[in-house]
Design a protein around this ligand. Structure first.
Ligand SMILES: [Cu+2]
Length: 174
């Protein structure tokens, strides 16, 4: 199984601007800002579910607020995470016309086991369009939701057949 870091490195839609770092610079720069709101989204076959909410309940975000969005694959197969709108389908391949956080600076954090020890990483990126998560893995986005993102979006998994099987969830930015 590829490590999470390897998967990130091979994800062409991620625009990584810095190498992996344990820097806490982002936290110190932003420590006087609004508190971080933590929301966990569970990925399984075949759904996204906001932890603590009924199945199918939309992910509701407030523009201008800071979030730690934690995505955890609690299923048994690899899943993808995309956040966009305007579904484009072409012979089974899917994408979104618009990606909500494509141009929004954020920090990806996660952990992996290296030589039996848990290692935490944080990566500054200029935005994201998609990432993949192997079973059991978790990745977090630290992000301020832009004011321009207000509206209706969708979390979707475009692994073969997953979106068709219902693996998507409405996202409302208010
Ligand atoms: Cu999936």
């Amino acid at each position: 199984m590829k490590s999470l870091i390897t998967r990130i490195a091979f994800c062409t839609s991620l625009f990584i601007t810095a190498t992996f770092t344990l820097s806490t610079g982002w936290a110190s720069e932003h420590e006087h800002q609004k508190p971080l709101i933590k929301i966990k989204v569970l990925l399984t076959e075949m759904s996204f579910q906001v932890e603590g909410l009924p199945e199918g309940a939309p992910l509701v975000l407030q523009a201008g607020e800071r979030y730690k969005l934690i995505f955890e694959n609690v299923g048994v197969v690899m899943h993808e995470v995309l956040l966009g709108r305007g579904l484009i389908s072409n012979h089974g391949d899917h994408n979104y016309q618009e990606h909500m956080l494509a141009d929004t600076p954020l920090i990806l954090t996660g952990s992996s086991i290296v030589d039996g020890k848990k290692r935490i990483f944080a990566v500054d990126v200029n935005g994201f369009e998609e990432f993949e998560l192997d079973p059991g893995l978790r990745l977090s986005l630290l992000v301020s939701i832009p004011e321009t993102a207000r509206g209706v979006w969708e979390l979707g998994c475009f692994a073969a057949g997953h979106h068709e099987a219902g693996m998507f969830l409405p996202v409302l930015v208010q």
